[in-house]
Design a protein around this ligand. Structure first.
Ligand SMILES: [Zn+2]
Length: 343
């Protein structure tokens, strides 16, 4: 790659902006990847042209280059944005603004476009903060995050779960190969499929590990699975907001689980044992004699485990009465009432 933007564009140091732009436009048309599909040489040349134009079309960069000379200029890193030759990453540039300007690609003026937020299939992404200013310094920008709401069953939240989801997530646009540009009537225009962004939402399978003890409203972050960054910036993240569905038996209080258990009048009076569900199966709860309605029992360590902590399962007893009494049973209860009055 040539380090001399003047040489690359074939203009001399006294060339004005019109001449520079004209030279670039002619060469860029000739070497654009869409005009030369599969031609690596043309692609390299196109990158080189674009970098040269980026420097010479910006008065600040141009004068920096003129003053420092090429070695010092590139060593300095082209405004600290990782522009050193060799790692100039063409694919991360947003070409649409530049090409709208040069080729009249049908885009709105960039001043208004840059404030826009783009809707991708219901996913509202604000790009206004992530556009590098091509005319100025190429600033590395992290890609936008993607947020997805996810409902999970109560016991999956308690015990943890690995799941594979099929979701609309950002991926490189197939129509333009991520460049945001396509051939249009002999010229180059903005790719309609991605609106020049180079990325679109498309169905993808993604593995998600729900950690044990995840709570309602908690976020799970998958780094780097969001929208691509610009100018070599890191991609955004994919954030899941977890909604834990209610359970028919358990409710949650921190790491403790709460439940009610029906216990018959006779077990409550005489004592007995009842089977209760736990997050991992079942346990036997011993009911002592004379257990009152509403009494609460603790099953230690049968709650939620999160990290190194484990909660308990609290069982509240609900004493149930017989729904029918025979004549004989009724006489016995009357006798019982006399012998063991309730205060
Ligand atoms: Zn596209």
């Amino acid at each position: 790659m040539s380090l001399d933007p003047y040489k690359t564009l074939g203009v001399d140091k006294k060339a004005n902006q019109d001449t520079i732009k004209k030279a670039y436009r002619n060469l860029a048309r000739k070497y654009h990847p869409d005009v030369n599909p599969g031609d690596k040489g043309a692609e390299e040349k196109f990158k080189e042209l674009s970098m040269a134009y980026d420097i010479l079309s910006d008065p600040a960069k141009k004068s920096e280059y003129d003053n420092l000379g090429k070695e010092a200029f590139f060593e300095k890193g082209f405004g600290g944005a990782g522009y050193q030759t060799g790692n100039f990453d063409f694919s991360d540039f947003r070409w649409d603004d530049l090409f709208a300007d040069l080729f009249g690609g049908g885009s709105k003026p960039r001043s208004s476009r840059r404030k826009n937020s783009f809707a991708f299939g219901g996913d509202q992404v604000d790009f206004s903060s992530s556009f590098g200013d091509f005319g100025g310094r190429a600033v590395q920008k992290k890609g936008a995050d993607v947020v997805r709401e996810l409902n999970i069953p109560f016991l999956d939240a308690v015990n943890g779960q690995e799941m594979t989801l099929r979701l609309d997530l950002p991926q490189q646009c197939q129509q333009c190969g991520g460049q945001g540009l396509v051939s249009q009537g002999g010229g180059v225009g903005q790719c309609q499929a991605c609106r020049g962004q180079g990325s679109v939402l498309a169905k993808q399978g993604i593995k998600l590990r729900i950690p044990p003890g995840v709570s309602d409203g908690q976020k799970i972050r998958l780094r780097g699975k969001g929208w691509p960054g610009q100018n070599g910036g890191a991609p955004g993240d994919l954030n899941f907001v977890i909604h834990v569905l209610p359970h028919e038996v358990f409710t949650r209080d921190g790491l403790n689980l709460l439940m009610e258990k029906d216990v018959s009048l006779y077990d409550a009076l005489l004592g007995g044992s009842v089977k209760v569900p736990t997050p991992s199966g079942h346990a036997t709860l011993k009911i002592p004699a004379m257990t009152q309605n509403g009494a609460k029992f603790r099953l230690k360590g049968q709650g939620i485990t999160s990290g190194k902590k484990t909660g308990d399962l609290y069982v509240t007893v609900k004493v149930t009465l017989p729904t029918k009494l025979t004549e004989g049973a009724r006489e016995l209860v009357e006798k019982l009432a006399e012998m063991a009055p309730v205060s």
